[in-house]
Design a protein around this ligand. Structure first.
Ligand code: PHE
Length: 452
């Protein structure tokens, strides 16, 4: 069967645009909100070391695999997996991988939209000067009052999801590419401004650096290793088809392994730089880094409230978080939208509203976890929000990623992988070795160790 050189949904206009879009997907709440607090909870340096190892040995080969599958299939992940399974004569069961990814997308979006909504609210809140000179009680009370108000949380979640839906509805070129083309450069500039701000004004920059890079392995538990691995998948947007969908719009002439490495480097750079903004601010104000999910919403506004220029730079910070969240959430919606368009012949608008609406609806469960449903525990003992986060990061993404690596490494017709990657023999074998053995085995071991 002759296969498509273009996707019916559109194409990125260049390799650079693909990098911006995929980096946009990767850089998100995972980098700025999640990475610093998870690193803080797990003792800093040792966690960071394992995380970096996971990015290089698991993240890079799996990202390469995902882009390769996407570009070879040129359709939504569900149909790409179907076509590649057939074309390679593999067990039809592999088609399920596309569905697993779509499900993971809804699970992630459901809580992602809620946290992104908080970030938007905090833009207004910091801009208004509410935190200037505020004390710790005020900062945590402000967070409590806001999150306990279901109406407020749902309002901001709805706004964020509507924005996401609107962008995706406009299509790959007009919607996705236009958005990342403007937001990503701004994001990088704002981040540099904030790092400079933290370096110049806190007087605790070196402490932040050493917190991130003092590799103290004694502090690390198996649970910490699982968290580091889950974080690597989440932060690179791997294991659910977002990168596969984006890869299906990638021009043929661009190098997949090189591009994957660039994206992984950019993403890791942003995570570390976020740490270098957040930790010095926290240390300068004598606060705790292990504050959990509230680190960004309680500790940080408090810190900004006591800094010179904190009102302006605090506002900039939450604008940055909002931008990062938008360029990620559109990639969470895209796989399911592309599938609906292919399958049900819906217009993009109809498909985007359907997917965005369903994710919004499931997300109400997460929005309510902080207020009217705060006492409701799902099987496993966690609330709805924490369950979604745990299931997506620690189960669905690593499982999806492991299967993607196995499929690309073992089961796909080798002509396809060789042609897409166009590496020399040594480099091809190196990638294949990582995809066949290292990445899946590493994921498997971490799984076993945490569940035993
Ligand atoms: N990578 C995004 C982040 O770090 C989250 C994400 C996960 C986006 C999976 C798409 C797919 O915030």
């Amino acid at each position: 069967m002759a296969h498509a050189t273009e996707s019916m949904h559109g194409m990125w206009s260049s390799r650079f645009m693909f990098i911006l879009a995929a980096a946009g997907s990767a850089v998100g709440l995972g980098n700025i909100w999640r990475f610093p607090y998870v690193a803080g909870e797990n003792g800093g340096g040792a966690f960071v070391l394992v995380y970096l190892g996971c990015i290089a040995l698991i993240g890079w080969p799996i990202m390469t695999s995902e882009i390769l599958l996407g570009r070879a299939g040129r359709q939504s992940p569900i149909n790409t997996m179907r076509e590649l399974t057939l074309r390679s004569g593999a067990n039809p069961g592999w088609q399920g991988l596309g569905w697993l990814g779509a499900a993971a997308g809804f699970v992630i979006l459901s809580f992602y939209g809620v946290i992104a909504g908080w970030a938007m609210y905090y833009v207004i809140s910091l801009a208004s000067g509410a935190f200037t000179g505020a004390d710790a009680d005020f900062a945590s009370a402000a967070f409590d009052t806001f999150t306990k108000d279901a109406g407020q949380v749902v309002f901001w979640q709805t706004l964020f999801m509507a924005l996401t839906t609107l962008i995706v509805a406009r299509g790959v070129g007009q919607g996705l590419e236009t958005t990342v083309k403007y937001l990503m450069p701004m994001l990088f500039i704002l981040l540099l401004v904030l790092v400079a701000y933290a370096a110049v004004t806190t007087g605790h920059f070196i402490e932040g650096v050493s917190f991130l890079f003092s590799f103290n392995l004694e502090k690390l538990s198996w649970n910490g290793v699982l968290m580091a691995m889950g974080q690597a998948f989440f932060t690179l947007s791997l294991g659910m088809g977002a990168i596969m969908a984006y890869g299906s719009y990638m021009p043929k002439n661009a190098s997949i392994p090189g591009t994957a490495a660039t994206i992984a480097l950019l993403d890791t750079g942003v995570a570390l730089m976020s740490g270098l903004v957040i930790f010095p601010l926290v240390f300068a104000n004598g606060l705790e880094v292990s504050a959990g999910p509230g680190l960004m919403f309680i500790t940080l506004p408090l810190a900004f409230g006591h800094m010179e220029g904190g009102q302006i730079f605090g506002t900039i910070f939450f604008v940055l978080v909002t931008f990062a969240a938008i360029t990620s959430s559109i990639s969470l919606v895209e796989p399911a939208v592309a599938w609906l368009v292919e399958r049900a012949r819906l217009s993009r608008w109809q498909a985007a509203v359907a997917v965005g609406g369903l994710a919004w609806f499931i997300g109400l469960g997460s929005a309510f976890s902080f207020n009217i449903w705060s006492d409701v525990k799902l099987p496993g003992g966690l609330d709805f929000f924490s369950t979604m986060d745990f299931v997506a990061n620690n189960i669905m993404l690593p499982l999806g990623g492991m299967l993607i690596a196995l499929f690309a490494g073992w089961f796909i017709d080798q002509q396809i992988s060789r042609e897409e990657l166009s590496l020399n023999e040594t480099a091809f074998r190196m990638w294949r070795f990582l995809a066949r053995f290292i990445a899946p085995v590493a994921v498997f071991i971490v799984f076993i160790m945490t569940f035993v």
